[in-house]
Ligand binder design. Structure first.
Ligand SMILES: Cc1cc2nc3c(=O)[nH]c(=O)nc-3n(C[C@H](O)[C@H](O)[C@H](O)COP(=O)(O)OP(=O)(O)OC[C@H]3O[C@@H](n4cnc5c(N)ncnc54)[C@H](O)[C@@H]3O)c2cc1C
Length: 439
């Protein structure tokens, strides 16, 4: 195995992490903790626009009215001596190995800026809503993809009159979770789900049957086999997905709605592309099998914003379940590089389960094979809801464990095995579609 290059092997190394989500926080804590344990002199700075950690996997709960826990990034990071820089990375100058940050609170032309030089960079700015999937989506639709959108959606739901209607666009796990959560929290509203293909396409027959039952019990109407062609102030226009109808064409149909929620995919952060780094899959940072940007081995990518490859060579789907193991791998690789170790084996990941909440009282745990294909086994009902809740708690607990003891947590990066691979990291597995993958 060859020795690693691209990061300092001796002296005080500067590591910058862009993004304070699941991947960024996990990476920063682990780098600082492991470097301290190995006595590798390092300073770690994490850049995030907000001083608070957002539990994105609970944003449909926020939209439905459940107050989020307040998790201060500074408190989370302090124990490991990671500096929190509250601001937005505006540009990565890869040639100069520096990140230009617009500090929060600056605003306008005089916005305070800071330049962070790095020896190693973790690129983890995540993803956001993808309103461009449907014309009019940016102006007229809401989403659960970020905290501000989820709060705005909650306000609209609260203000909607009894009998008001909500259409959720998408049939994947985020759309199912959003529709069921809204229907349960706002029983006076009429909720519908409109999707290409079938609702819960990636689930087993048993899994889809249970989702269908939960949707019916919660009064959620489903429109399958349609694609969203336009959103406007009075609802959503759909067309049969096979027909190729454009807005206004005969086959198009209007689904009147007071509120349209787009939950058909996320858009990766645009920073890599706007900084001139190589991207794939709609703007995700291109990374090699070691999660490093091919032309810049001192940059590691992790989470929704990076296109780590699955066992078939396609970009891994977005999910905190995939983001956190990538972050752990990147962190270990960075510390190894700084210590002058040999390059570790490539990143590997095996799926185990998908977890879907269906309101607060029902849930579905879908067993999948290492490549994320559904198996027959499912857990449903209250037990499923409880298991999903545990998985959500586990993600934040994992960050806290990492803060207390670096490497205390077993992350999954084993090779896919025919009969499945078990690991704590994979236990949070779930499906989130890349931007535009399904409507
Ligand atoms: C409602 C909902 C439910 C979900 N449920 C599940 C689930 O059950 N299981 C699962 O695996 N996945 C789930 N997901 C997907 C999961 O939330 C994401 O895949 C995960 O958050 C990705 O982690 P990340 O760290 O890459 O990005 P994020 O969590 O998005 O964090 C990125 C951070 O970077 C910050 N940032 C962005 N741009 C910049 C910049 N220029 N400079 C500095 N910082 C920046 C962002 O503000 C954010 O704080 C769900 C998503 C949603 C919306």
């Amino acid at each position: 195995m060859r020795k690693q290059g691209g990061a300092k092997g001796a002296g005080h190394a500067r590591v910058v992490v862009i993004g304070g989500g699941y991947a960024g926080v996990a990476a920063a804590l682990r780098i600082a903790g492991k470097a301290a344990r190995r006595r590798v002199p390092v300073s770690v700075a994490l850049v995030n626009p907000s001083p608070l950690f957002v539990e994105r996997i609970r944003l449909h709960e926020l939209a439905a009215g459940k107050a989020p826990r307040r998790i201060e990034l500074a408190r989370l990071l302090r124990a490991r001596g990671v500096e929190l820089v509250v601001g937005r990375a505006r540009r990565i100058d890869a040639a100069a190995r520096a990140v230009e940050v617009e500090l929060a609170g600056g605003g306008g032309a005089g916005a305070a800026a800071r330049r962070l030089d790095y020896d190693a960079l973790v690129y983890a700015p995540g993803s956001a809503a993808a309103p461009q999937i449907v014309p009019g989506g940016g102006e007229h639709a809401l989403s659960v993809a970020d905290a501000a959108s989820a709060r705005a959606l909650h306000e609209r739901l609260r203000a909607a009159p009894p009998g008001g209607s909500v259409v959720v666009v998408g049939g994947g796990l985020t759309a199912i979770e959003a529709a069921t959560e809204i229907a349960e929290a706002f029983p006076a509203l009429r909720v519908a789900l409109a999707t290409r293909g079938r609702v819960g396409e990636g689930l087993s027959d048993a899994g889809r049957a249970y989702v269908g039952q939960a949707l019916r019990e919660l009064g959620v109407a489903t429109r399958e086999g349609v694609r969203a062609v336009e959103v406007d102030a009075s609802g959503l226009v759909v067309a049969p997905e096979a027909g190729g109808a454009a807005p206004g064409a005969g086959a198009a149909e209007r689904l009147a709605a007071d509120i349209v929620v787009l939950a058909a995919g996320f858009r990766p952060a645009a920073l890599a592309e706007s900084s001139g780094l190589a991207t794939v899959a709609g703007g995700r940072l291109a990374v090699d099998r070691w999660l490093r940007a091919p032309a810049h081995p001192e940059i590691w990518g992790a989470g929704d914003a990076a296109a780590a490859l699955d066992g078939d060579g396609a970009p891994l789907r977005m999910g905190c379940a995939t983001a956190m193991p990538q972050a752990a791998y990147a962190a270990d690789s960075i510390v190894a590089a700084l210590a002058g170790d040999e390059q570790p084996p490539p990143f590997r990941f095996a799926f185990f389960i998908q977890c879907i909440s269906l309101g607060r009282r029902r849930g579905l745990i879908q067993r999948v094979d290492p490549r994320d294909r559904p198996l027959d086994r499912v857990i449903t009902g209250r037990l499923g809801a409880w298991a999903k809740e545990l998985v959500c708690r586990f993600t934040v607990a994992a960050l806290r464990f990492e803060r207390l003891r670096a490497d205390s947590h077993g992350w999954a990066w084993q090779a896919p095995r025919p009969r499945g691979a078990r690991s704590l990291g994979a236990a949070a597995a779930d499906e989130r579609l890349p931007s535009g993958a399904a409507t």
